[in-house]
Design a protein around this ligand. Structure first.
Ligand code: SAH
Length: 257
């Protein structure tokens, strides 16, 4: 396989962690859109339990914590992210009810029917949208909510260049009506769905990376893996600006029935 065709999954995980650790978020999104999605969720109280799966360093988790009284558990595969998450919770004085733990979203440490809300921004793709919806459902109470963002096509057809990029990066990408149908089939009422605005990708994600990339490349000068990681991220940003009419993230909010 040529270097050019290497996918992000083959890069050294420690470098990926270091690269993304310096950023507020590890995926597209914004506090405003987290709050918009939260506005569709009813009946949260101080006794409620929320899980944020693939929480990263907790950018969106702290927004949830500051806007609910619920007890929140963040779960991420990478201990480095979880350490930053817990440091952030302490700094914001939220650590009494916000805890980050290392774990995998396909092997959850919750009891069946324990959760009022499952949250996951830019992360369900790691196990696949359908698999995540099906597996996570049993941990929700009846009437509990699920709110996830997922890469989605905005049109039925699109230029070959972007189609082939996504076929390689995440073949599970699909149109919004298909994703909503999957949600319904998995046993959730599709309560709401909206597309994340462009600034969730630009201002809140790619623009933060520009400075971080310089620092990272300086530190790892001559390290081909680090250079490839940055090239990959830059290519993604270029493709986004070229093809943003055709794809993006949508927030899907469902209620367990
Ligand atoms: N929700 C955060 C992070 C999104 S990036 C945000 O929006 O900023 C995707 C996250 O999923 C990364 O932090 C990655 O470490 C995590 N991840 C990948 N596979 C995972 C798995 N199997 N279980 C839990 N987390 C996982």
């Amino acid at each position: 396989m040529s270097d050019q065709n290497k996918s992000i999954h083959e890069f050294d995980f420690n470098l990926i962690c270091e690269y993304f650790s310096s950023m507020e978020r590890q995926g597209p999104g914004s506090p405003e859109m987290t709050l918009r999605a939260l506005s569709f969720v009813d009946n949260l109280s101080a006794g409620s339990r929320i899980a944020d799966l693939g929480c990263g360093t907790g950018g969106q988790t702290m927004v949830l914590a500051q806007n609910t009284q619920a007890k929140i558990t963040g779960i991420d595969l990478f201990p480095v992210f979880i350490d930053l998450f817990n440091a952030k919770a302490r700094k914001l004085n939220l650590h009494e009810r916000v805890t980050g733990i290392t774990g995998s979203m396909d092997d959850l440490p919750f009891r069946e029917g324990e959760l009022d809300l499952i949250w996951s921004e830019g992360a369900i793709y790691n196990i696949g949208f359908e698999k995540g919806l099906n597996y996570w459902r049993k941990f929700l109470k009846p009437g509990g909510f699920l709110a996830v963002t997922e890469a989605s096509w905005f049109t039925d057809e699109r230029p070959e260049e972007i189609d082939s990029f996504w076929r390689d990066a995440y073949p599970g990408i699909d149109t919004i009506p298909s994703k909503v149908a999957m949600m319904q089939k998995a046993g959730y009422i599709p309560v709401a769905c909206f597309i994340l605005p462009e600034e969730c990708w630009t201002e809140h994600f790619y623009e933060h990376q520009v400075k971080a990339q310089e620092v990272f490349l300086e530190k790892h000068r001559g390290n081909r893996t680090a250079e490839e990681l940055v090239e990959n991220e830059r290519r993604e940003a270029v493709l986004y600006s070229k093809y943003k009419e055709y794809y993006g993230y949508a927030f899907y909010i469902g209620k367990k029935i």
